[in-house]
Design a binder for this molecule. Structure first.
Ligand code: HC1
Ligand code: SF4
Length: 571
């Protein structure tokens, strides 16, 4: 171990640790703006400059290694005034827009301004037009999922890192003039780039320059007007992350609190996307078996289709893969269709002659995009991210942290199995499908397929006797690598692709976090739900079985289910 001192206090860190790690461990504090543990530190914001005894100049703590015997000073008068000057410099270029900025309350710049008491230095200008980058498009609201307000950009580059880690590179640094401003190629609107709406850039943006398209205001309007009957669904990965916004440890399972909060917000029917995840497995596992037996068109290996970032990627870049995509709709869209035409909607129509207003809560920004795809348009009225839901809960002053964790979903559309819960983690959709396919083939064996679990970027492969090899791909960048030669065509029977690292629990709409173990922690929450579920296989979901009897001629892949639960793709 390395022994050093921070502000006079001894601290030990592992070899390779940075000064910032040591400072955090010592409980001293230096601010950071451009640092995120997922990426190599660039040290452009200079906020974490510290002095080291005997060194001539201050150094950035984020990218300077801790060494034996160092004595670090984090908060000398000179450092504090340097940081205030640096911040002032940033503020000179940043609009004074907090009153109507979507990032307000969740913005590192705002936090710093308050922490360092420099509010009074902020020039009184708002966001219309930025003198610093007149040559670039600064306001881009063309994407159905992502808004860019680049006059708020502090040029930390974390969005560029995020997009490049995804190997999409829809945004990059401008090469001339204002060298550091992240722009799209040729300044095209985001909708005309290769952007797949994954939202990883919004997850890393420390300010309000890149955000999910805000839809929560109009949902609150509908709830407040009380003129429509509302149905809300909530995704598998939201329940293990929403608590972070209210002080819970990451991975805390807050399903009951979440249901209670949604009812307090005024939603009339609180239903569970997990119900439709079980339904998805019924269709998808049987689709796989029919492709294997040759009863159905569509190529093998079959790719999962529930991740809209992945679908966007295929349609934009690899239309040759379309015949490999499962035609099964995502759980969100199946749930939307059943909310629109199923038993709850029928009851609402009988009572009010009205159609319901249908909302979904997702860990994902691309789900906004998915809801307006041609085949889906109209089923879901608004898609909110986990972060947007947290905002609504705060705005309505609902005491989330002290709510009992005992709320239960409505029935029907509320029952779900452990197989549905694990949809929220990379490998989960595949594992859930294997549970059902293995039973259908009478293979017996295990419920758990641990070889496909794990949140790291990359490809996990397992081979199942009597079936073949399957792969789970965590992050679109890893999928791009896998697909770069044709080996996959021979090797696998089914491939799950999740765009975001770790799967939906790492989604672009989840709470922002600087915890390097955040994905692991959320994953533990997900598998805890599964291992403690009474029923762990989708085909044993009683409500799903009843739905098949009532709406879909008693079985998956019937004419009725093909019409409502399947979709098509187009380049
Ligand atoms: Fe997902 Fe899915 S798992 S895609 O990540 O198939 O968003 O959570 O809701 O639709 O169920 C997201 C999560 C989610 C769908 C399901
Ligand atoms: Fe890149 Fe994803 Fe952001 Fe689009 S949404 S710019 S693909 S990180």
């Amino acid at each position: 171990l390395i022994h050093l001192k921070v502000d006079g206090h001894p601290v030990k860190v592992a070899p390779g640790a940075t000064m910032l790690d040591a400072i955090k461990k010592s409980k001293s504090h230096v601010p950071t703006l451009c640092f995120h543990p997922e990426f190599d530190p660039k040290a452009v914001c200079r906020m974490c400059l510290v002095d080291v005894k005997g060194w001539q100049k201050p150094v950035p703590a984020c990218r300077t290694k801790a060494e034996d015997g160092q004595e670090i000073v984090t908060n000398s008068k000179e450092l504090i005034s340097f940081r205030r000057r640096d911040l002032q410099f940033l503020l000179n270029r940043h609009p004074n827009d907090c009153m109507h900025c979507e990032a307000s309350g969740n913005c590192k710049l705002q936090d710093l301004v308050q922490e360092m008491e420099v509010e009074d230095m902020w020039p009184k200008k708002t966001s219309r037009g930025s003198p610093s980058h007149p040559e670039h498009t600064l306001h881009d609201h063309t994407s159905p999922s992502i808004y860019r307000d680049m006059d708020k950009c502090i040029e930390c580059g974390l969005c560029v890192d995020a997009c490049s880690a995804q190997k999409i590179n829809a945004i990059g640094f401008a090469e001339r003039g204002s060298g550091m401003l992240p722009i799209t190629a040729f300044d095209k609107p985001l909708k005309d780039t290769g952007c797949i709406s994954c939202g990883q850039c919004t997850l890393r943006c420390p300010v309000g320059a890149l955000i999910e398209r805000p839809d929560w205001h109009r949902v609150l309007d509908v709830l407040d007007s009380r003129r429509k009957v509302t149905i809300v669904q909530t995704a598998p990965a939201t329940r293990v992350a929403i608590g972070e916004e209210f002080g819970f440890e990451p991975g805390t399972v807050s399903t009951g609190r979440l249901v209670n909060a949604l009812r307090m917000l005024g939603f009339d029917h609180v239903t569970d996307t997990n119900f439709s995840a079980d339904l998805t497995i019924m269709e998808e596992a049987n689709e796989l078996l029919e492709r294997v037996s040759g009863k159905r068109e569509g190529k093998l290996p079959m790719f999962t289709s529930c991740c809209p970032g992945w679908i966007n990627y295929v349609e934009i870049n690899r239309p040759d893969l379309i015949p490999h995509l499962s035609t099964t709709k995502s759980p969100q869209q199946m749930h939307g269709a059943i909310s629109r035409y199923g038993p709850i909607a029928k009851k609402i129509a009988e009572e009010t002659k009205e159609e319901p207003y249908i909302v979904s809560i997702m860990p994902c920004t691309a789900k906004k995009d998915e809801s307006v795809r041609p085949g889906n348009r109209g089923d879901i009225d608004a898609v909110l991210t986990t972060r947007e839901l947290a905002k609504m809960i705060r705005h309505r002053k609902i005491p989330f942290a002290s709510l009992p964790n005992d709320g239960v979903f409505d029935s029907p559309m509320g029952e779900s199995t452990g197989a549905a819960a694990i949809f929220g983690a990379s490998g989960g959709v595949l594992e859930a499908a294997l549970r059902t396919a293995a039973d259908a083939l009478g293979l017996g064996g295990t419920v758990e397929y641990k070889g496909v679990r794990g949140v790291d970027r990359g490809v996990k492969v397992i081979t199942i006797k009597g079936l073949g090899s399957v792969a789970a791909v965590s992050s679109i960048g890893s999928a791009i690598e896998l697909l770069s030669d044709d080996d996959w065509k021979e090797k696998y029977l089914m491939i799950e692709v999740m765009t975001c690292p770790g799967g939906c629990l790492g989604g672009g709409g989840e709470p922002k976090s600087d915890d390097p173990d955040i994905l692991q922690k959320r994953m533990r929450g997900i598998y805890h739900i599964d291992s403690t579920s009474a029923i762990r296989k989708s085909h044993e979901n009683k409500e799903v079985q009843k739905l098949y009897d009532d709406m879909f001629d008693g079985k998956p892949l019937s004419h009725a289910s093909e019409r409502m639960l399947h979709t098509t793709y187009a380049p």
